[in-house]
Design a protein around this ligand. Structure first.
Ligand SMILES: Cc1cc2nc3c(=O)[nH]c(=O)nc-3n(C[C@H](O)[C@H](O)[C@H](O)COP(=O)(O)OP(=O)(O)OC[C@H]3O[C@@H](n4cnc5c(N)ncnc54)[C@H](O)[C@@H]3O)c2cc1C
Length: 436
């Protein structure tokens, strides 16, 4: 009788999941990747989709096409609802039960509104292509509406942008918005003056980019301020309502509110009923498996693993990728799994862009800022994209944008379907009333 093949299931086709699958290229097991989306997404460049520099297709690739060369790997499009670790099974949203011998959970994270889930409606975060397109739609629409108004006072509220959270995503987003909104004439707007755009980057803590050395955080702040961004430090947001952000002192009215302030791990992890940290990440063993379940591994943004100094590893793409590779290699061959294996993260550095052709970078203790850091950032990001086609397209797009200031994807495509579009006229009217 033919013996049943070992079955490895990977949940998530993000950075961690794809790295695991690649490391399993010579495995003796059958492998299944399950994702609720059909594509892998390069999240670090989502802000460029939101600010009309890149198209969604430049930063995403179908999971099937990435693993196409390996006949052992199967892809299922669907959402996993529950894990039963005692029975080695998982349950899909459609009720299907899938058994596994080994499970790798690379389910990533979602935005954390710190108990104020109601804020999500007015201050969306960006985790997916559709989130980024909604932000793009809103951003472009507010500029179009402002362009149509003669009264500069009334234009102001449409040209106000609030980004909450001073981490790399908030900083990159603020810089890119300053770039678009502050250069209206270069983009064909005749009425909008650069000084009319008001861009606020709001941070509850005493500094921005707090995972970077302090001097780079300070440099980034200065660069943003030079571009016209108002960086408000020690300023916790106390409430968010439709078109209004309340701060410790005062409030800001705008339709453009973007949330970039913290993440929490995927809620699927709760179904495991094992120890989690405050952000919902599962505390994993040195080999990234979970206590009492040596055949279930958690990697990437979903895992809580500490570095040599006892600090939790950051929620970054290289952490997820290295962990995926580690686990893939560990379980590739049956009976060859090392005992006492231990994941060690190699930190190659962190970087963030600030508007056009500027960035800050901390590479193994060496600090860079300005154009050189941006060139380095561009090079590394182009190389990290999946697929030659995407790399070439993004490279060409960036060169084009650098020399022409042109953002090729300033398209407003779905006014009837997107989250806020049906309310634009109403919104516009409301804003005019507020400022009457
Ligand atoms: C806007 C933004 C900017 C960022 N910028 C940077 C940066 O500059 N540098 C950097 O290093 N990192 C950056 N990050 C962080 C980086 O993207 C993450 O650390 C990385 O994606 C984590 O990889 P992962 O595999 O854990 O999860 P992800 O890449 O998020 O993948 C998770 C996958 O799991 C799937 N999934 C989740 N739940 C289920 C379920 N129940 N059923 C089926 N499928 C499911 C999702 O659809 C997704 O495809 C950024 C993140 C964001 C959102």
């Amino acid at each position: 009788m033919e013996s049943k093949k070992r079955h490895i299931v990977i949940i998530g086709g993000g950075f961690g999941g794809i790295a695991t699958a690649k490391a399993l290229k010579n495995t003796d097991a059958d492998v299944t990747i399950i994702d609720r989306l059909n594509h892998h997404l390069f999240q670090p460049l989502l802000y460029q989709v939101a600010t009309a520099e890149l198209s969604p297709g430049d930063i995403a690739a179908p999971i099937r096409s990435i693993i196409n060369k390996n006949p052992r790997i199967k892809v299922i499009l669907g959402e996993v609802e529950k894990i039963n670790p005692d029975k080695n099974t998982l349950q899909m949203r459609n009720g299907q039960i899938i058994p596994f011998d080994q499970l790798v959970m690379a389910t990533g994270a979602q935005y954390n509104y710190f108990g104020h889930e109601e804020w999500a409606e007015y201050a969306p975060g960006m985790k997916s292509v559709s989130d980024a397109l909604k932000v793009r739609e809103k951003l472009l629409m507010s500029m179009e509406q402002a362009e149509g108004l003669d009264d500069s006072n009334k234009r102001k509220s449409l040209l106000t942008y609030v980004i909450i959270g001073g981490g790399p995503t908030g900083v990159e987003m603020a810089g890119a918005i300053a770039e678009v909104a502050g250069n209206g004439t270069k983009h064909g707007y005749r009425n909008i003056k650069p000084e009319e755009a008001r861009i606020y980057l709001i941070e509850a803590g005493p500094r921005i980019l707090n995972a970077f050395p302090e001097s780079l955080g300070e440099k980034a702040k200065k660069m943003l301020e030079k571009m016209g961004v108002k960086v408000l430090l020690n300023t916790p947001v106390t409430n968010i309502e439709k078109n209004k952000v309340y701060l410790k002192v005062g409030s800001i009215e705008t339709i453009n509110i973007i949330w970039a302030a913290g993440i929490k791990a995927s809620s699927l992890l709760d179904t495991l009923k094992v120890e989690q940290d405050r952000s919902g990440r599962v505390i994993v063993e040195p080999d990234l498996s979970i206590p009492q379940y040596p055949d279930i591994f958690i990697i990437g943004d979903s895992a809580h693993r500490v570095d040599k100094k006892g600090m939790p590893l950051p929620a970054l793409a290289p952490v997820a990728t290295q962990q995926g590779k580690f686990v893939g290699n560990l379980i590739a061959k049956e009976g060859k799994r090392k005992t006492n294996a231990k994941f060690v993260y190699t930190d190659k550095g962190t970087m963030a862009t600030i508007g056009r052709a500027k960035a800050v970078a901390d590479i193994r203790g060496l600090k860079f800022s300005g154009f050189f850091a941006w060139a380095l950032w561009s090079f590394i990001h182009v190389l990290s994209l999946i697929g030659f086609r995407n790399r070439t397209r993004v490279f060409v797009e960036w060169i084009w944008n650098y020399f022409t200031y042109k953002r090729g994807v300033r398209l407003i495509t779905d006014r009837s379907g997107c989250m806020h579009c049906t309310t634009y006229e109403k919104l516009h009217k409301e804003l005019l009333e507020v400022h009457a």
